[in-house]
Design a protein around this ligand. Structure first.
Ligand SMILES: NC(=O)c1ccc[n+]([C@@H]2O[C@H](COP(=O)([O-])OP(=O)(O)OC[C@H]3O[C@@H](n4cnc5c(N)ncnc54)[C@H](O)[C@@H]3O)[C@@H](O)[C@H]2O)c1
Ligand SMILES: O=C[C@H](O)CS(=O)(=O)O
Length: 483
């Protein structure tokens, strides 16, 4: 298990020698300790990335692609080991941990292919004697800051396009889940990544601002790519303005999930189960508010409650666990606060509604998969992202009413709706204010898709052919004297 920073091609402790613990959310048991970095370590990482940039950008794209392909193959070779590590430090069921490794690898494979397609343009000159070109060039040193909920996939979908574009990287994983990122960097080194191209520093929650503030202020860092909460995203946008860095912000969500009277209700329940309970609801694109039209509301709730009540809660060490522990005490406290607030304001729990602690779910961070009916817009879970296994159901009558409700949030990451009316499908897809729309589908994540939000869910796109653009800028070259 790799437990040191990686800077300039060397595995090393923090300069001050401090370390912090990484714990298993299933029981708060200590897994390992990793460096608790400070400003000195952050600067050393930028020094290394800057020193490596000229050489890395000069490597032919096909060679960069070959290295990424080797990295992809190594993740798949070690899928069981990495999946178990993800589940151990993040808590998700083992099957989800393994699936996340494949998901992370799919981004690396995708950008290995995209690396060789960063084509420029020759532009027809409007006047004689000139040759005009648009070149796509790597932006330079990229700082990547990632969350705990998908510790492999989130960092892979940042590092892969950055390296594909010819950028070099300094990265800081979430304090709750650094071990997965360290393991991925270890495999990148095994794949042949040159020293300084990819540098990773770990930091505790307390030391993270000190590390990231160095990167924000350093004008050698030309881009920040961040996935996490909207408040932190806004902080990074403010603080990076002084050196005008390029930004990609994948932030919080508050996804609506709408089921119309004309929907296939069975399919809608299947779609909600897939979208909502992946990673125990700790996913930025999880439905956070479910709207059921009056005609199918009761049938939909009855079917949903039965499915949710049957979900098995337990640690990743049990093969039959479907809902793992939440990441930490703060997460469970927020979920409990949302549920208790909703119940106090008139909601009814038709499934779950409380913490779980039994002989199987023996740790302190479990919450029962929950369905609340009678949800109203004065509840905390209306305006805040619960980030847990809680489904509040709001009843509605008309299409215009539910569109207004769905859009009544500062967030705009994902939205879902189920209908079999073709005209309604396009009316609603057009009207929803989100970067991602699931139409009769709850499982929308894929490396080929442009993933990102609007409004206060951020900007920039990860994955797809658009994902490389965030790591490139366009240089216009005009050659004269040719007539
Ligand atoms: N849009 C997406 O793709 C996406 C994906 C995953 C999570 N998220 C969002 O992230 C949130 C949950 O994840 P989280 O709790 O890890 O988010 P978070 O914002 O607390 O942390 C994300 C990262 O930012 C770092 N960070 C925290 N405070 C910082 C500061 N002051 N300066 C610099 N860095 C700081 C953390 O150490 C971590 O590495 C949710 O809102 C979720 O919706 C969004
Ligand atoms: O939590 C946020 C992730 O981006 C979700 S997904 O795995 O990309 O769908």
């Amino acid at each position: 298990m790799q437990t040191q920073n990686h800077i300039a091609g060397r595995w090393c402790d923090a300069a001050a020698g401090d370390r912090f613990p990484v714990v298993d959310p299933a029981d708060d048991g200590r897994i390992a300790e990793v460096p608790d970095s400070r400003a000195e370590d952050a600067r050393a990482a930028v020094d290394a990335a800057q020193a490596a940039f000229a050489g890395w950008r000069a490597v032919p794209a096909k060679q960069r692609a070959a290295l990424l392909k080797r990295w992809n193959d190594l993740l798949l070779r070690d899928q069981d080991r990495l999946g178990a590590l993800i589940s151990r430090e993040q808590g998700k069921p083992l099957a989800e941990g393994r699936a996340e490794v494949a998901y992370a690898a799919s981004y690396i494979e995708w950008f290995a292919e995209e690396a060789t397609r960063a084509n420029g343009e020759v532009i027809p000159a409007p006047v004689a004697g000139r040759r005009m070109l648009a070149l796509r060039e790597p932006v330079g040193v990229v700082a990547a800051i990632t969350p705990w909920n998908f510790p492999a996939a989130m960092i892979a979908r940042k590092i892969a396009p950055a390296l594909a574009a010819g950028c070099t990287v300094v990265a800081k994983p979430a304090e709750d889940t650094p071990l997965t990122s360290l393991a991925l960097v270890e495999l990148a080194v095994e794949a042949g990544l040159p020293p300084g191209v990819l540098n990773l520093v770990c930091a505790s929650r307390e030391r993270t601002p000190e590390v990231v503030d160095v990167w924000l202020a350093d004008d050698r860092v030309r881009k920040i790519t961040f996935t996490g909460s909207t408040p932190v995203g806004k902080h990074l946008a403010r603080e990076s303005a002084a050196t005008l860095k390029k930004l990609s912000l994948e932030l919080g969500g508050n996804a609506p999930f709408i089921v119309f009277d004309d929907a296939d209700v069975d399919a809608a329940v299947d779609g909600l189960m897939a979208a909502k309970f992946r990673n125990g609801g700790q996913t930025c694109v999880c439905p956070n508010r479910v709207f059921a039209q009056a005609g199918i509301h009761d049938r939909f709730v009855e079917q949903l409650a039965a499915r949710v009540s049957a979900l098995r809660v337990g640690p990743a060490s049990r093969a039959d666990s479907q809902i793992g522990p939440m990441i930490n005490a703060r997460a469970v406290e927020k979920i409990e606060r949302h549920v208790q607030d909703a119940l106090a304001r008139g909601a009814t729990a038709v499934a779950g509604g409380r913490r779980v602690r039994d002989e199987i779910a023996a740790g302190p961070h479990y919450f029962a998969p929950t369905v609340l009916t009678g949800a109203t817009t004065d509840m905390l879970l209306w305006r805040e992202e619960t980030f847990g296994p809680v489904v509040p159901v709001f009843r509605f009558e008309r299409e215009d009413e539910v569109i207004a409700a769905a859009n009544d949030t500062p967030f705009g990451l994902a939205a879902y709706f189920y209908t079999r009316d073709l005209a309604r499908a396009w009316r609603v897809a057009d009207a929803l204010e989100s970067g991602i729309v699931g139409l009769n589908e709850g499982a929308i994540a894929a490396e080929a898709a442009p993933f990102g939000g609007v409004k206060e869910s951020g900007y920039g796109r990860e994955g797809s052919t658009h994902g490389l653009d965030d790591y490139l800028h366009i240089k216009y070259v005009c050659q004269g004297g040719l007539s």
